[in-house]
Ligand binder design. Structure first.
Ligand SMILES: Nc1ncnc2c1ncn2[C@@H]1O[C@H](COP(=O)(O)OP(=O)(O)OP(=O)(O)O)[C@@H](O)[C@H]1O
Ligand SMILES: [Mg+2]
Length: 305
């Protein structure tokens, strides 16, 4: 799509996503919340035959994936499957990687590009572990996120948008980010990533460590962000929640992409259900990779849905 809707555009034109409808969108009563009505565009991100190494260890093998503009795509997989490595590879934060393959964003090759340049092409990244600048206030953290944007008025509009998504941040503008709770820091990290006005937002485990009510809030906001025109590529272990807001999904196993399809296809896939949605008696209710500190939250969410 030639004219993407960034958060700042969305602020002035709240319903301004493109108008094409999604081919093959999941339907039926159990279709993912928000995903079925979403307007989508063309391929925004195309990954082809990517291989990423840590020294001699091959962490990604021949990974190919396309992300369509205006959608949420979820990457599922167990601990160590290579999910974070894939996001890091897209962002160019892993030295000399990918060693093979191509990554194209909006028609432009970005593999081998410096991370800062990748950010300027319109990709924002919230890495695992919600890294905020602890000494800086909430407002200062958000200002840092807007460093690629020169137009002060659009920065102001995006800031208002972020405060709309996360009213709590508006109330805590002067509070040092390091004193926010974990959930609040996650919201700040997402808000900061939006300040750049991205076309594509990469989120690595945004629900990790959050209480069930916050998990729901974060997924609602992800859905809303996408509905307003920002494409989202999301790593999640909370497959059940993620597949509700996602349009498409893939499963990584040992660095290889083993399943891909619509979110509905993944939700209907017995193996995905057994391994990542915790319905089989032989597996953890929380998937194959329980983080013990998170079990309570994930369990509660799964019970609710
Ligand atoms: N800096 C590194 N140096 C060496 N090996 C690494 C490094 N980072 C990751 N790895 C290895 O690469 C593989 C993929 O790791 P990655 O962090 O991408 O997995 P993940 O799917 O994100 O897992 P998790 O769900 O636990 O976050 C793992 O075997 C991991 O040990
Ligand atoms: Mg990870």
């Amino acid at each position: 799509m030639d004219n993407p809707v960034s958060p700042r555009d969305a602020a002035s034109s709240p319903d301004g996503a493109n108008s094409s409808s999604r081919a093959g969108a999941p339907n039926g009563a159990s279709a993912p919340v928000g995903a079925d009505a979403r307007a989508v565009g063309e391929v925004l991100l195309e990954i082809q035959g990517v291989e990423t190494y840590y020294g001699p260890l091959r962490a990604l093998s021949d990974v190919s994936l396309t992300v369509t503009e205006g959608t949420v795509t979820v990457i599922l997989g167990s601990n160590g499957a290579g999910k974070s490595t894939l996001l890091g590879t897209i962002m160019g934060v892993l030295d000399g990687q990918p060693q093979c393959g191509t990554i194209t964003f909006g028609g432009e090759r970005i593999d081998g590009m410096a991370t800062e340049k990748i950010v300027r092409t319109g990709i924002s990244y919230v890495p695992e572990g919600r890294r905020v600048f602890p000494e800086l206030s909430v407002r200062e953290n958000l200002a840092v996120g807007a460093y690629t944007v020169r137009d002060r008025q659009s920065t102001r509009r995006t800031l208002d948008r972020v405060y709309d998504y996360f009213p709590l941040l508006a109330d805590r503008q002067t509070q040092p980010a390091g004193t926010l709770s974990g959930g609040e820091q996650q919201m700040l990290a997402i808000g900061r990533a939006l300040m750049n006005g991205p076309r594509l937002l990469l989120l690595d485990e945004p629900s990790l460590g959050l209480a069930p009510i916050l998990v729901r809030q974060v997924f609602d906001i992800i859905s809303q962000i996408c509905d307003e025109g920002v494409t989202v590529l999301l790593v999640e272990q909370n497959a059940r929640m993620a597949l509700k807001v996602a349009d498409d999904g893939v499963v990584l196993e040992n660095g290889e992409l083993v399943v891909s399809g619509t979110a509905q296809e993944l939700a209907d896939n017995d193996e995905v259900e057994e391994l990542y949605m915790g319905t089989a008696s032989t597996t953890s209710e929380l998937g194959t990779a329980p983080y013990s500190s998170e079990q309570g939250a994930r369990h509660d969410v799964d019970q609710e849905s």
